[in-house]
Every structure is written in structure tokens, then in C-alpha cells.
Design a protein around this ligand. Structure first.
Ligand SMILES: C[S@@+](CC[C@H](N)C(=O)[O-])C[C@H]1O[C@@H](n2cnc3c(N)ncnc32)[C@H](O)[C@@H]1O
Length: 212
């Protein structure tokens, strides 16, 4: 399989995301983006400077996690995709919009963010997206097919918190920005050997920690 080209502009990001979208996915996505930008005026969901590069920094950055999932499991997901500390739905809600056959569960503890997520689910008609609006620690456990988390917690803490939601076959997809390699180096070898770092398509210096 060829490695996709790096994404360096908003146009490239939009075209990249469109490749992952189910029919009508891009239309639903524009509804989500409009809501996100509107709500960002009321609460701090994404940094203000990143608004100008929203497709690259947030939407394509989320969508690229699909590169690390086999086509076979993507088409017939063997369980739910769990996104920890999703904030405004990044990356989980983007995945749910692009791939409606995937059941996505978003965990977020902050009430105003939860309200935003619930409004999006209702207004965009996202039947495959469930919100768990409380701390992960008090969320009823279930077995996840995939666990994603962007800017949520350091790796060891993340693994500890997510243990009730993972099995030996759960795949972890953890965008870690520029600290990915360093973070993986800093965990104990028994954990380190279970993961590797993949380069982000949206930032050549950023990495995604992926389980084997
Ligand atoms: C830095 S933000 C990242 C949000 C989003 N993933 C993104 O990349 O834009 C971390 C989010 O995790 C949520 N969070 C932190 N600890 C949590 C916990 N124990 N359970 C659920 N959500 C939590 C916070 O409220 C916050 O929205």
C-alpha cells in the first residue's frame, strides 16, 4: 500500500477528507464545522489561530486515523470505536460522520462540551454516535474495537484509565503531536514494545502512537 502524500494546505486537507467520506458525508461535515466554529465563539473548543487551518489541523488530522484501520474491519467493524476526552468531537465525531457504519462512543466530562456534542448528534442525525457525558472513570465499561484519544492523557495513564474498555485485540490510535516518539521512549519497555509511532500526514513533526 502506498504512503499517502503529506497534507500541507486547506485544499489538500479537504480533498483528502472527501476520499474518506460516505455519500453525503461532506455535507454532514460542513454542518458540523459550521456548528464548531459558531460554538467556538462561546466556548474554547479549538484554538482561535487554528480556525484558519481547520481542515488540516482538525478534520484531516482526525480522518487520517482511518489509515491505520484495515479496510475489512472498517467495512464490518467488530465493535465500537471509543474516543476518550473527545472535547468537541475530535477525532471521534469526524470519524462517525465520515463512516456511518462505525458505531462511535464519545466520552467527555465537561458539561458545556457534552451539550455541544449532543446538539450535533441531534441536528446532524448521527445515529451511529453515542455520547457518554461524564468522566471516563465512572463510565460503564464495554469492549472497544478501537480506542482513540487526542490530547487526552499521557500514555501510561491513558492505558490505565482505558483498561476496562480494552481487550487484547483493541487497537489504540493516539495522536500525540510532536511528543509522540519521546512519550513512547519514556514508558516502560513492556508497554513500549506494544506500540509504534506513525508519522502524521498533517504535520511532519507530529506522530500517532499506534498499537501493533
Ligand atoms: C485537551 S482536550 C482535547 C479535546 C479533543 N480530543 C481534541 O483533540 O481537540 C481534553 C478533553 O478531555 C476531557 N477530559 C479530561 N479528563 C477526562 C476524563 N477523565 N473523562 C472524560 N473526559 C475527560 C476534557 O474535558 C477535555 O475536553
Amino acid at each position: 500500500m502506498s504512503t499517502p502524500a503529506p497534507i500541507t494546505t486547506e485544499d489538500e486537507a479537504r480533498a483528502y477528507v472527501a476520499n474518506w467520506a460516505a455519500p453525503s458525508g461532506m455535507e454532514v461535515l460542513s454542518g458540523y464545522i459550521a456548528a464548531l466554529l459558531d460554538e467556538n465563539g462561546r466556548q474554547n473548543l479549538i484554538s482561535k489561530p487554528s480556525e484558519a487551518q481547520l481542515w488540516q489541523r482538525h478534520i484531516a488530522d482526525s480522518a487520517q486515523l482511518l489509515e491505520h484501520v484495515s479496510r475489512e474491519t472498517r467495512e464490518k467493524p467488530p465493535g465500537p470505536w471509543l474516543d476518550l476526552g473527545t472535547g468537541p468531537g475530535l477525532p471521534g465525531m469526524v470519524i462517525a460522520i465520515l463512516q456511518p457504519q462505525i458505531d462511535v462512543v464519545l466520552v467527555e466530562s465537561r458539561a458545556r462540551r457534552v451539550e455541544f456534542l449532543q446538539t450535533c448528534v441531534r441536528s446532524l442525525g448521527l445515529a451511529n454516535c453515542r455520547i457518554e457525558g461524564q468522566r471516563l472513570e465512572i463510565t460503564d465499561p464495554f469492549d472497544s474495537w478501537i480506542i482513540s484519544a487526542r490530547a487526552f492523557a499521557p500514555l501510561e495513564k491513558l492505558l490505565r484509565l482505558s483498561a476496562p474498555f480494552s481487550t487484547s485485540s483493541t487497537k489504540f490510535l493516539l495522536p500525540k503531536g510532536r511528543s509522540a516518539a519521546h512519550e513512547l521512549q519514556s514508558v516502560k519497555p513492556s508497554i513500549r514494545r506494544l506500540f509504534h509511532v506513525k508519522q502524521s500526514l498533517t504535520d511532519p513533526e507530529a506522530g500517532i502512537i499506534v498499537s501493533q
